[in-house]
Every structure is written in C-alpha cells, then in structure tokens.
Design a protein around this ligand. Structure first.
Ligand code: NCD
Length: 343
C-alpha cells in the first residue's frame, strides 16, 4: 500500500445517499451511528498508511487548512497538522496568543478574516462552549471542532473509539461496535468536553457508560444523557471493561473544587489496586495530558498489555486524516459513501 484509497463497505450507508451529509464536524451529537462507523472505517486505511515509512499523499493537494487554536494543545494541534500535511494540503497554524485576538478583535471578525483567505477547512479549538459552532456560521468551508470549552471534542471521541476497537480486535473481538461493554469515565467530568463527546459516541456504539467524579465535579443531569453517575470510584470500577481517566482541568476552575491533589488521588486516583476491581483484562485509556500520580499512577499508565494511551495518540492522526478527507470531498469534487456509491 503506497497511497490511501477511499475504501470501505458501502452496505452500511443509506441507499441513494451521495455524500457525507454534514459540512462541519462540531459535535458527536450531530452524527448518526452509521456516520460514526463510516468515519471509523475510513480511518482504518490511514492507520495502515501511517505505519509505512513513506507517508505522503497528494489527496488534498492545493487545499489550504487553517488550524486556529485559541487554547493550548500538544496532541490535537500536532495531529491535525500532521494529518493535513500527510494528505498533501497546505497547513497553517494560527495561535491566538500571537494573533489579533489579543488586540481585541471579535471572534466573528477573526472568522470573517480566515474565510477571506479562502481556507478549504478550518480546525478550531476555543475556550468557550459554542464558539466553534458560531464561527462555522460565518465561514464558507468545513469547520472541525478541536475542542470548544466544556462542550465537545468530537475527534477525540472518534479516536478513542478507534483505539478501543483496535485493542478489542487484537484480543480477538471482531465486533463492529461496543454492545455489552461497560466503560467507566472518571475525573473532572464537569469541565470535560472529552467526557461529553465520549458519552455520546460510546452510547451510539452500544456501550454502557458510567461517569465518576467528586460531587463538585459532576454536572447535573448526566442521567438524562443516559450515563450512570457515581461518586464512589471503587463502585464505578466494579466489572468495568474499560476505564478512561481524565485530568483535573484547573484552568477551567474558578474556585476550589477539590481539597488538594493528594486528597483527590486518595479517592479518585487509578492505582493498580483499584484497577483490580475492574474486569481482569480491563483496558485503560487517557486522552492526555496525564498528571501522573494524581488521576493515574505510572504503574497503571505504563501497563503494556492494558493501557492504550499511546495508541490513542496514533489513532488521532488517522481519525483526523479521515475527517479532513471526508469533509473536503465536496471541495475536491469527490462525493460518495464508499464502494459502489461513487458518483
Ligand atoms: C483534552 C482536551 O483538550 O480537551 N486533551 C486532548 O485533546 N487530548 C483533555 C484535557 O485537556 O485534559
């Protein structure tokens, strides 16, 4: 395999549908189950592509992708940049700290400016929930949400699903979705866009989701999303197939939510002893950045057979390549849901 092909089965996709029906990727909430499965299926070709020594294609040659990051990022920014470059696009990064945002420009004026430069896709991370959707209303090209406040982080949930599926396959589980799996997500649920997007994505794929946090860090109404709330981490771990740990997002806290990191670790840190309460072979995930010794111990984070944290990073590039490919098909005059559906 030298260059990625638009692959995968056509049978899952709506009869007669000609194209992926969304211009933007703002949240998992706007995706149907079959659309999630489609993006995961499309990402598989890029997983294989990225494992080659030479990993450059001309698929998006001529397109300009702007990564506009109004918040810090390591994994997400780098992987979107690598994804665009591996597909041959011209990728430019805008860091808000060095932009006119600091000079008082409004978000909408920034959006209009990016649009006037005729970007073919804009990837945005912003500290305010809803900001990415707002920008999408003022531009003419696909907008991909790389995390907006406490709202959504859709590519994170997709890459988590892809990493989880790879791990399950490695263990001989060929199921397409996560029916029957119990996933415990523990940490600062209140401030976490990762948790929200994962609840939506995992549930759409059939998993049961438990959310665990201290009372002050649990949003109200998680039951309405279909998730089961826990304050007792040990109860939340019992029988779990997957444990996803989240960091305390201190930068989003406007007061004291926990007594101290030490106290937090005592009740909510994932130690080897606690992990033993989950299923024997339970899979450990973390979106990063990790605070070792707070929400997760190194002895757990580095478990070669159970922790898939580095695989999550690898899958992030493949998922972002798939999303950039699928959402720019209209601009490239390529539409279609897979084999047999090309028009
Ligand atoms: C997450 C984020 O920014 O929402 N990180 C990521 O994208 N890998 C989670 C976090 O910052 O804790």
């Amino acid at each position: 395999m030298t260059s990625p092909q638009n692959a995968s089965a056509g049978s899952r996709f709506p009869k007669g549908a000609r194209a992926f029906p969304h211009r933007d990727l703002i949240g998992i909430s706007s995706l149907e189950r079959h659309e999630i499965l489609y993006l995961l299926a499309e990402a598989e070709q890029y997983v294989a592509f990225n494992r080659q020594a030479a990993k450059h294609s001309e698929q998006l040659a001529g397109l300009t992708i702007i990564n506009a990051f109004f918040e810090n990022s390591t994994r997400t920014l780098l992987s979107f940049e690598i994804a665009g470059k591996r597909l041959g696009a011209d990728v430019v990064n805008m860091y808000a700290a060095q932009s006119s945002v600091k000079k008082g420009e409004t978000l909408i004026d920034t959006a209009v400016t990016l649009n006037a430069m005729r970007a073919d896709a804009i990837v945005i991370r912003h500290g305010s929930s809803g900001a990415v959707g707002l920008i999408a209303n003022h531009v003419d090209c696909p907008v991909l949400n790389a995390g907006d406040g406490q709202h959504e982080h859709p590519t994170q949930a997709l890459l988590d699903a892809l990493a989880l599926r790879h791990k399950l396959r490695e263990r001989g589980n060929e199921a397409e979705d996560f029916t029957g799996l119990t996933v415990t997500i523990c940490g600062d649920i209140l401030h976490s866009r990762v948790a929200r997007s994962n609840v939506l994505c995992l549930q759409a794929l059939g998993a049961s989701v438990r959310l665990c946090a201290p009372p002050a860090l649990m949003p109200v109404g998680v039951e309405r999303m279909g998730a089961q709330p826990f304050h007792d981490f040990e109860a939340a771990l019992e029988g779990a197939d997957v444990v996803m740990m989240l960091r305390l997002q201190n930068e989003r806290m406007d007061g004291q939510y926990i007594p101290s990191p030490r106290e937090y670790r005592h009740l909510y840190g994932l130690t080897p002893e606690r992990l033993a309460l989950a299923r024997e072979d339970a899979i450990v995930m973390h979106p990063g950045p990790m605070n070792r010794g707070v929400e997760i111990d190194s002895a757990v984070a580095d478990m070669a057979t159970r922790a898939i944290i580095t695989s999550q990073v690898e899958m992030g590039v493949a998922i972002r390549m798939a999303c950039l490919d699928v959402l720019t098909r209209k601009a490239r005059g390529v539409v279609g849901w897979g084999e047999g559906e090309w028009v």
